[in-house]
Design a protein around this ligand. Structure first.
Ligand code: SF4
Ligand code: SF4
Length: 376
């Protein structure tokens, strides 16, 4: 059992595995406000990594409609039920993590989904909207009608529950980039990792009888490219790059800027205690109580910062750089009306205007002797 510092909880915690932070950590930011649930990311991931036998049900990337959508069924309801009412004192978590609340003799407070829990990944899609139109159980909703989309992948956690739970040490966290991988030669299919992961992002292959999970597209990351789910995203809601250690903040790094400087992106269910490395800009229209439960005590500041983005050229510029290049952007700058992203050597990768220029064409095109319907 190691005593480790979890910066998302603002305190030390017990972690049942000897672990130290990687030399550097890959991390993501997803802007939930821009996701349209087109599932392009889901299909891109599926066709790249999980088209084999026994992988039919697997979605290493999925997008669910909150509050009713889950993959697998009820994953976060189970988590919240196990951890109890969330308790924060300012930025410090006062409740117990999945490690600290583990039953006697176990390393993690987890649960194993049943096969049918994985069978319907998009149950609850756009549920409140449909319910309103049909006039069905709307009276019984305990809150205003709303929904939002939550795109999910493995969080490549700093303190992974899957790693801690594996009795054969078949799951490991790479020191060079923090990616969490299953060594399939060592795995014996005990599924302790599946039960332990609070986000349910390890999946069991019934054909090969080993566990599998998101690999963060590590062959791309090793070559300096962002993962498939990021580069194919239609809504340009995603960015992947490296986050600094808690005591080393570099405002030129995109993830540091969003997570630690502007604090507009927050970890998902930080109370689980795994220090997840996918950060979310919360959906600004969702009920605040729901968001506090989901993203912790930074929600109010994050929503306010996001709503003020038009007065914050640096944040606006960085958001415009989302989805603008397939390469990993290690740093960025905003000068005047132009935002620029740079690679690890400081070479320019891409530059974009803060505001899309507008061109107005003549209603009548002399060259083609035609009237134009769309002139902007
Ligand atoms: S591709 Fe992007 S916009 Fe479409 S569902 Fe995935 S995260 Fe959302
Ligand atoms: S999200 Fe789950 S599978 Fe991924 S590293 Fe964290 S505990 Fe492991």
């Amino acid at each position: 059992m190691a005593e480790v510092f979890n910066w998302q909880l603002g305190r030390e915690m017990q972690y049942p595995f000897q672990a130290e932070r990687p030399q550097r950590q890959i991390a993501w930011v997803f802007d939930t406000n821009k996701c349209i649930a087109c599932q392009t990311c889901t299909v891109a991931c599926k066709s790249t990594w999980t088209s084999g036998t026994g992988q039919e049900y697997m979605l290493w990337n999925n997008v669910e409609t909150k509050p009713y959508g889950f993959f697998p069924q009820g994953w976060d309801v189970q988590l919240l039920d196990r951890l109890g009412v969330v308790q924060w004192d300012g930025q410090t978590y006062e409740g117990q993590t999945v490690f600290e609340s583990a039953p006697t003799g176990e390393r993690v407070n987890g649960w194993l989904p049943m096969a049918e829990d994985w069978a319907h990944p998009n149950v609850g899609e756009d549920e409140p909207a449909g319910a309103v139109e049909r006039g069905t159980y709307i009276d019984r909703l305990p809150h205003d009608t709303w929904f939002s989309y939550l795109a999910r992948i493995c969080n490549h956690c700093t303190y992974p529950a899957c790693v801690a739970a594996c009795p054969r040490q078949a799951i490991y966290k790479r020191p060079e980039d923090g990616i969490v991988l299953v060594d399939q030669a060592r795995c014996r299919g005990y599924q302790e990792c599946v039960a332990a992961c609070p986000y349910k992002k390890v999946m069991y292959n019934n054909e090969t009888r080993v566990s599998e999970k998101c690999i963060a597209c590590f062959p791309k990351i090793e070559q300096g490219y962002q993962p498939q789910c990021v580069t194919t995203c239609i809504g340009r809601i995603r960015i992947a790059s490296f986050i600094s250690k808690p005591d080393e903040v570099d405002p030129k790094k995109p993830i540091d800027f969003l997570v630690k400087v502007r604090k507009v992106a927050l970890p998902l269910y930080p109370q689980a205690g795994t220090e997840p490395n996918v950060y979310y800009i919360p959906p600004i229209h969702a009920p605040r109580e729901y968001l506090h439960q989901m993203f912790g005590p930074g929600v109010d500041e994050a929503v306010e910062t996001y709503q003020n983005i038009k007065n914050d050229p640096e944040l606006l510029g960085l958001m415009m750089l989302f989805g603008s290049t397939e390469r990993i952007m290690h740093s960025f700058s905003v000068e005047g009306e132009i935002a620029t992203g740079f690679d690890e050597q400081g070479e320019e990768l891409v530059s974009v205007p803060l505001r899309e220029p507008t061109f107005i064409r003549e209603f009548f095109d002399d060259v083609h002797q035609a009237y134009l319907h769309n002139i902007t």
